[in-house]
Write a protein of this length. Structure first.
Length: 378
């Protein structure tokens, strides 16, 4: 028996993508080996963070890098860097930001947003602009005032809003241009915006000052890690607000094993053949669609688009359910989760999707067969 069996937790097939709720991704063996090696010795954690950051920055081609506790932890540290900077008195005060520049400009969200909460954690006061159906770069610029510490852009949310409404015209580039003119740093949450590896630099080249990625999604590092990349002074300030110092980041500890594992994961990631990987994912998504051809009450197609999965270029098999099949989308998803083996698929309006990014070889066929079985049992 493995640890999951000992605990009574069922293993599942992840057809939904690199989502936190199902474990992010699976770490390659060299990452596990690096973590095991790190676990056998003591080090000065601050030295390890510094050297790991230098190595990662070199690998991905940016000024500076810091390992954080996931992308959300990275947002917290980046916000702290913008509000408290490298001033120890201010760092020790957080989340008390009275008298400091503490406003963070964000796009209006339809629901509570944990990325925004991560910025509020340090005492940031959110200034919401626009609506999910309409927001421009000028809206962000108009909200910048004497208390503005930063602008925070969530790439996935902004992209989806832009795809859904032509009145959403704000982009990282357009917002960054106006914010830079006002002397305000721009933070970009790009947690799931890999591949391609070029995105490590792309948002910074668009004018962002700091970009944050998850380490436990496409990079396939430890799930509890993230990356803060960008301007050297802001990354250095983020590090001062981080564990192991007596700072706001102390509760968001990243252990020596996780830091070592993420370094190895980034080394592996930048050496990947992205084109071959994408072809394999496309083939798996197409196989699922082909196996579902002729099934009554559904229509399956391979699509690429950020409305269904991140990053936007990821090929997924979208399965559209007819109203007359007698099963709701949620019931189909529930039955898949209760099947043997349990299967987690993604949800879209009126249907579901199968994301091949987190499927092992052959699992796409298991998913298609189980979906057919669920539909046949209705």
């Amino acid at each position: 028996m493995g640890i999951y069996e000992e605990l009574g937790v069922r293993r599942l097939i992840n057809a939904s993508g690199t989502n936190t709720v199902v474990g992010g991704s699976l770490m390659p063996e060299p990452v596990l080996e690096a973590m095991a090696d790190a676990a056998h010795s003591y080090v000065t954690l601050r030295d390890l963070q510094d050297r790991a950051g230098e190595r990662i920055a070199e690998l991905v081609g940016v000024e500076a890098a810091l390992v954080s506790s996931g992308a959300a932890g990275g947002i917290t540290l980046a916000a702290a860097a913008c509000i408290a900077g490298a001033d120890w008195d201010r760092i020790y005060r957080l989340p008390d930001t009275a008298g400091l520049k503490n406003e963070i400009v964000v796009a209006q969200s339809e629901r509570p947003n944990y990325m925004y909460q991560a910025a509020q954690h340090v005492g940031g006061n959110l200034v919401h602009v626009g609506t999910p159906e309409e927001v421009t770069a000028e809206d962000f610029a108009a909200a910048i005032g004497p208390k503005t510490a930063a602008v925070l852009l969530v790439v996935a949310s902004l992209d989806r809003s832009r795809m859904a409404s032509p009145r959403v015209t704000a982009t990282v580039e357009s917002v960054a241009r106006l914010a830079k003119a006002a002397g305000v740093p721009v933070l970009v949450d790009a947690a799931a915006e890999l591949p391609p590896a070029a995105n490590f630099r792309a948002f910074l080249e668009m004018g962002a000052d700091v970009v944050i990625f998850s380490g436990g999604k496409a990079i396939r590092g430890p799930q509890g890690t993230g990356l803060v990349l960008g301007r050297r002074d802001l990354v250095a300030a983020a590090a001062m607000n981080n564990n192991p110092y007596s700072a706001i980041g102390r509760p968001m500890k990243v252990g020596k094993e996780e830091i070592a594992g993420l370094v190895r994961a980034v080394e592996l990631y930048v050496a990947r053949d992205e084109a071959a990987e994408m072809r394999a994912w496309e083939s798996a998504a197409r196989l699922v669609a082909e196996m579902l051809v002729g099934a009554p009450g559904i229509r399956a197609e391979v699509v690429r688009g950020g409305l269904y999965a991140r990053p936007p270029g990821m090929p997924v098999c979208a399965v559209h359910l007819d109203d007359g099949i007698g099963l709701s989308r949620d019931e189909v998803l529930r039955r898949l989760r209760q099947s043997d083996p349990p299967i987690a698929a993604g949800q879209i309006p009126g249907g579901l999707f199968v994301n091949p990014m987190t499927l092992s070889v052959g699992e796409e066929q298991v998913v298609a067969r189980q979906l057919l079985a669920v539909l046949a049992a209705r």
